[in-house]
Design a protein around this ligand. Sequence first.
Ligand code: AHM
Ligand code: MG
Length: 332
Amino acid sequence: HHDKLALPVGTTLDRFIMRKQEDFPYATGELSQLLRDIALAAKIVNREINRSGLIDIAGAYGNRNVQGEDQQKLDVIANIRFIRALRNGGEVCTIVSEEDEEMIQTGNVQGKYVVAIDPLDGSSNIDVNVSIGTIFSVYRRVSPTGGEGTEQDCLQTGTHQVAAGYVIYGSSTMLVYTTGNGVNGFTYEPSLGEFFLSHPHITSPKTGSIYSINEGLSNDFTEGVREFVAYCKQQNYSARYIGSLVADFHRNLLKGGIYMYPATLKAKKGKLRLMYECNALSFIVEQAGGKASDGQQRIMELQPQSLHERCPFFIGSTELVEKAEEFMAREF
Ligand code: AHM
Ligand code: MG
């Protein structure tokens, strides 16, 4: 029976999703449809990103896209594309997006799922041709179907995620996701318009020798963070910081390392957003055998109080995250 066999490298994403669904005898296929919707939007956004150097030129000629929209910033375009795909797919009742203050009601009142998404993270890197990403979390709604999704549907702890993933638009475009049964990575082949399984069963190395943090902020770090960074230097770890969360996370996931965005004097809860940045990557890292923490607590157990709240973030190889926690627990 195929469900005990790993699918081979080269399997298309669609086939992979279909096969995984067959492993759950009572699955209705709605989550599978949702994942396919996200993959479709990712392909469209990928196309836009690859043309980004030309967008201003196109804009200068007054180009409008097929929907009659004026040329817009890429993060706005990505937001529109993902929302449209999820609305058309029909499985999602409500979306929380970094780009929108309020919850977005798709009108699919029968939709069983809620999605939290950062449609295009690392937007300061777009103009300079550096990797950017999309991050998403999927939850089952708690309110009964038939009405709009509620804030309670959205403000669930990360432990309730049924799926999470990211797309990295880098030297190649990849989609990496989990449904709570390990982590798999797919690479996009643009000439065929398909994602293919390229990184089956990704595991986070237990430890590593890369640390990623914006050290320009070190005067505002707490003593514990400063001391941990000093420790990384004593160990001769490599400093790697792109400033694009998905890219920094992805590299450390594959190579072993720790990514940190700590609380600072000016930003007491750090910078990154719990609902559509930290939780998704935490689910993935845990499924890969790594760890994610706010310095004291497991990220996925933090109870969100508001849609756009922030939290300090330490994520990556288990031993390194535990070491960082150890430093932060010390009294200086
Ligand atoms: P954004 O959502 O405004 O793009 O900000 C999130 C980004 C992350 O991708 C990145 O890890 C972080 O901000 C970098 O912040 P900083 O420039 O403060 O180091
Ligand atoms: Mg962001």
